[in-house]
Design a protein around this ligand. Structure first.
Ligand SMILES: *[C@@H]1O[C@H](CO)[C@@H](O)[C@H](O)[C@H]1NC(C)=O
Ligand SMILES: *[C@@H]1O[C@H](CO)[C@@H](O)[C@H](O)[C@H]1NC(C)=O
Ligand SMILES: *[C@@H]1O[C@H](CO)[C@@H](O)[C@H](O)[C@H]1NC(C)=O
Ligand SMILES: CC(=O)N[C@H]1CO[C@H](CO)[C@@H](O)[C@@H]1O
Length: 578
């Protein structure tokens, strides 16, 4: 971590010489992605819960902030035991969010605005209310092996689950089913039985789900929780091994009690992603038009993540989400650590692939709360300024922060499964509160005075309407950063990253014959003076301010000498050569 970050120039990260037609197909290589959590984006019908028509109404806002594609957290029929991550019918819209006609209208409007709609695909399990599970539990021949069933083992005359595996949401991964007289496997809630991917019929059924939505106009999928799709294969007697203990975790119900070597990141998972990619390419072939894409979410070691991109014979995910920064940066991280984590991804990137940058999502504490509200612009400068795909979670562009939700108002199952002492560590409600559109009732999110989660107290200060009118608001800085991404230097240029001491992170984007841009971030509270001339090669002796934040004493278009750039506490700026 303390190791000196060395200057490294990454060559042709984006591939410089793509022919025009291919470049259009490759829209996603420089995309601005935006995650919408539909429950909390915009409520069109006054029930206090966001919906598809709400998203359609606000597509113009996505256009305003320059979004290329948006991925929606699950909108499918669900008993909502896990807010839509427990899907009962994978090809149906949940009435809470609207109808299939509403979905069609969303896709049609998005097409007019040239915004792509990407859907969330939850392969790890279905709801126990899914027709497949009901038939499987009844032992119907076609479906009986759609899920993972086992009669358990009998020890001292007492029936026990086949293994001691623990669910992500605490407690056993096995639940006894009276009807079938067997245990079924669930890595999450008992209401979320795991599909049996060792059954080819399941794989085919899931591929049909992908085909269904692609033909309905989806531009791709984000695949959720890929590591949990496969468990280790059973031995010839149909039994599985227990997992080894994690020393230092004493609560036997806690997911961390065991090392998950048999229930996560099994090698078959990667091949499944390759198979899903084939489906995407098959539909590209069938329907033509712009590329459809796969985003994949996995918290896994870097060498495994890189395999998701594909290998020499198989294409994989276009965008395996890069959680290096999200998972490893904290409030106290220094510039060396940032630089190292950025390098980790870029230096390991397979040839021809594109990097992506993610700092938040619906599962993680918001950036402003995790890293400090006065680092929000700085993180947006990283996400939007580094080469490749920028990914924002809704609200990051206006600087929304975590909202305290009391135990009695808590609805996230991950927290509700725990107790009043533990829930704050586990709950994801604080990052899922209603989007703050304006200073009106319910922040302009809903006509209803009550919303499914309480609104942030600060909505009168932090909202789209107000921030539009403040020159250096998070929103307006975000828009300026977004505009820069249309410059050839940002689309195709190289990057050089440098920590300048522990407090200052800088990176240069450059492209032959074009202006270079240098982002300089003061992470901490000392005034810093940096000499960029000695750090970055071939820059002009004078630099011009292109983007400043509200900590700056300089203004846009001011000039400074490259050999003495003064930075105020938490100042973050983009400079260009002149
Ligand atoms: C899902 O819903 C569709 C349309 O309502 C129906 O045709 C299909 O059989 C359902 N699928 C399952 C697995 O229940
Ligand atoms: C690439 O992946 C495929 C499918 O998983 C696998 O069969 C093949 O051995 C891999 N090739 C290499 C070179 O790793
Ligand atoms: C991978 O995808 C690219 C671009 O879509 C395509 O040209 C190539 O043939 C694919 N490679 C394989 C091994 O399928
Ligand atoms: C990593 C993870 O938790 N992935 C998803 C798989 O399914 C669960 C349970 O439904 C979701 O909560 C997760 O987001």
């Amino acid at each position: 971590m303390g190791a000196l970050a060395k200057i490294l120039t990454l060559c042709c990260v984006l591939g410089l010489t793509l022919p025009q037609t291919l470049a259009e197909k490759d829209w996603w290589r420089t995309a601005q992605l935006y995650q919408i959590y539909p429950r909390s984006f915009k409520d069109s019908d006054g029930d206090g819960v966001g919906d598809l028509n709400g998203v359609t109404q606000q597509l113009a806002y996505l256009k305003e902030i320059g979004i290329t594609a948006t991925w929606l957290s699950p909108i499918f029929t669900s008993p909502m035991a896990d807010f839509g991550y427990d899907v009962a019918n994978l090809t149906e819209i949940d009435p809470l969010f609207g109808t299939m006609e509403d979905f069609d209208a969303l896709v049609a409007r998005a097409k007019q605005l040239d915004i792509k709609i990407i859907l969330d695909f939850v392969p790890n399990h279905t709801s126990d209310e899914c027709d497949w599970f009901i038939r499987s539990a009844a032992g119907e021949e076609e479906y009986k092996d759609f899920y993972v069933w086992h009669t358990g083992k009998v020890v001292n005359g007492i029936r026990q689950p086949p293994t001691s595996w623990i669910s992500v949401f605490r407690g056993a991964t096995w639940t006894w089913h009276e009807g079938r007289q067997a245990y079924y496997l669930h890595q999450f809630l008992p209401k979320q039985p795991d599909l049996n991917y060792r059954n080819p019929k399941v794989v085919e059924a899931m591929k049909d789900v992908l085909r269904f939505w692609l033909r309905k106009g989806a531009s791709g999928f984000r695949i959720d929780a890929v590591p949990h799709v496969f468990e280790v294969a059973a031995d010839e007697d149909g039994n599985w091994p227990d997992e080894p203990r994690n020393e230092g975790v004493d609560d036997p119900e806690d997911y961390e009690y065991f090392q998950h070597i048999y229930t996560t990141n099994q090698p078959e998972t990667i091949d499944l992603v390759y198979q899903f990619r084939k489906v995407i390419e098959e539909i590209d072939e069938e329907l033509g038009g712009d590329d459809r894409i796969l985003l994949s979410e996995a918290y896994a070691p870097l060498d495994i993540l890189m395999q998701y991109y594909g290998n020499s014979t198989h294409n994989g995910s276009h965008v395996p989400f890069n959680f290096e920064l999200l998972a490893n940066i904290d409030f106290d991280s220094d510039a060396y650590h940032y630089a190292q984590l950025i390098h980790n991804w870029l230096d390991n990137l397979p040839e021809g692939q594109v990097a992506n940058w993610v700092l938040g999502n619906h599962d993680r504490s918001r950036i402003g709360s995790r890293l400090g509200a006065d680092r929000i612009d700085a993180t947006n400068m990283l996400i939007l300024g580094l080469p490749g795909i920028a990914v924002n979670y809704q609200g990051e562009e206006i600087g929304m922060t975590d909202v305290f939700i009391s135990w009695s108002d808590t609805v996230d199952p991950q927290a509700c499964q725990s107790n009043e002492q533990e829930f704050e560590r586990l709950t994801r409600d604080p990052v899922r509160t209603p989007f703050q559109w304006s200073d009106e009732q319910s922040g302009g999110f809903s006509d209803s005075a009550t919303t499914w989660l309480p609104l942030a107290d600060d909505y009168k200060l932090v909202n789209v309407k107000r921030e539009r009118g403040i020159p250096l608001s998070h929103l307006n800085i975000h828009k300026q950063l977004r505009a820069l991404r249309d410059e050839p230097t940002y689309k195709q240029g190289d990057v050089t990253i440098q920590a300048i001491g522990p407090n200052v992170l800088a990176f240069k984007r450059s492209l032959a014959g074009q202006k270079s841009y240098i982002t300089v971030i003061n992470l901490n509270d000392d005034v810093e003076s940096v000499n960029l001339d000695t750090i970055f090669t071939s820059i002009s002796s004078q630099l011009q301010y292109v983007v400043v934040n509200d900590k700056s004493v300089r203004r846009k278009n001011d000039l400074t000498y490259a050999n003495s750039v003064l930075l105020m506490p938490k100042e973050a700026v983009v400079l260009s050569t002149v």
